[in-house]
Design a protein around this ligand. Structure first.
Ligand code: PSU
Ligand code: MN
Length: 299
């Protein structure tokens, strides 16, 4: 893999490093907002005194710490594959471009020695997963790869209860940040009460360290709710989600296309409001992730 100079130096000098994914750039947001957001997220991380490492695959080679030009390419290039764990060997062998999902980014972050990863929302069990088995590989990865993922909970397009049950089965600690209600991406109010509430980056870092030194392999999910001022009206967003789910069903959208289709349709149905919320929650996660990474290197 190619690790940028800046990230190499930071890792060597035990500075805080925060991993970032590229599926959110290539398949999660429209151009040019995707590129603008990716660069803003990096800036937030730098402003908090940590080093960002945006991860993706270029011509079959994993890149840890993309340049702004590379981020721009992921934002506008056509045909960048959505790369989850199962896709990696094919993308490597065929020397393709791959935008890494949460699962694939966790794998590469762990291989590079990065313990904290910031995104918008992790994948999970889709509604109807009891029958169609559409459960994101992100959950499997959280079950085995040693990376902490800071996410605005789980996207409301999914089945949240089912997702939390699977995370429990896989032994993934879910830490709810600053509230006992599970974050559901676009709003702070899923109605699901959480057992494990954390209130400071240091508290999270101590749990990461306890997991590491006790050899309990696997990830941690930090559910960080969107700030109230950027949250969406629950009626507006839930109406859009239901409509988008119906449109996906009618159009027969399946498999890896589902998440990008739903995100794009919801942006259209909300006149861009959901995109604005999505951007704000990622920036908010970047700030928290940086603080967690900084506490972690002190321990
Ligand atoms: N959440 C977002 N935007 C995204 C994704 C999640 O706000 O683009 C992406 C992440 O890369 C996540 C992936 O890993 O969707 C999950 O896809 P699937 O459900 O197909 O595993
Ligand atoms: Mn799926």
């Amino acid at each position: 893999m190619k690790i940028s100079k800046e990230v190499q130096e930071a890792l060597k000098n035990k500075k805080a490093v925060v991993a970032l994914e590229s599926t959110i750039i290539s398949h999660g947001m429209p151009y040019p907002k995707n590129v603008e957001t990716a660069l803003r997220v990096e800036k937030v991380i730098r402003d908090h005194g940590a080093v960002p490492a945006t991860i993706g695959i270029i011509d079959g080679e994993p890149v840890i710490g993309m340049s702004p030009e590379e981020i721009e390419q992921f934002g506008k290039r056509k045909g960048v594959a959505k790369a989850s764990r199962r896709d990696l060997p094919i993308i490597y062998a065929k020397k393709m471009w791959g935008a890494t999902t949460v699962a694939a980014t966790m794998i590469l972050a762990a291989q590079a020695g990065i313990e904290v990863f910031v995104t918008g929302g992790v994948g999970g069990a889709h509604r109807g997963a009891q029958n169609n088995f559409d459960i994101s590989a992100d959950l499997e990865e959280l079950g085995k790869t040693n990376v902490t993922v800071v996410s605005a909970g789980v996207k409301a397009i999914l089945d949240l209860n089912l997702t939390l049950e699977i995370l429990e089965t896989k032994g993934v600690p879910v830490l709810s940040y600053g509230t006992d209600e599970f974050a559901d991406f676009y709003t702070r109010h899923s109605g699901i009460k959480m057992e494990n509430v954390v209130n400071s980056p240091k508290e999270v870092a101590e749990i990461i360290k306890a997991k590491r030194i006790n050899k309990l392999d696997g990830g941690i999910l930090v559910a960080n709710p969107i700030p109230e001022e950027y949250a969406m009206d629950p009626v507006v967003i839930n109406t859009a989600i239901d409509k988008a789910l119906k449109m996906a069903d009618d159009a027969g959208v399946k498999g890896k296309e589902i998440t990008p289709f739903l995100l794009k349709t919801i942006v259209e149905l909300t006149g861009g409001d959901s995109l604005e919320s999505n951007i704000r929650l990622v920036l908010n996660n970047a700030a928290l992730g940086s603080e967690i990474a900084k506490e972690l290197v002190k321990l």
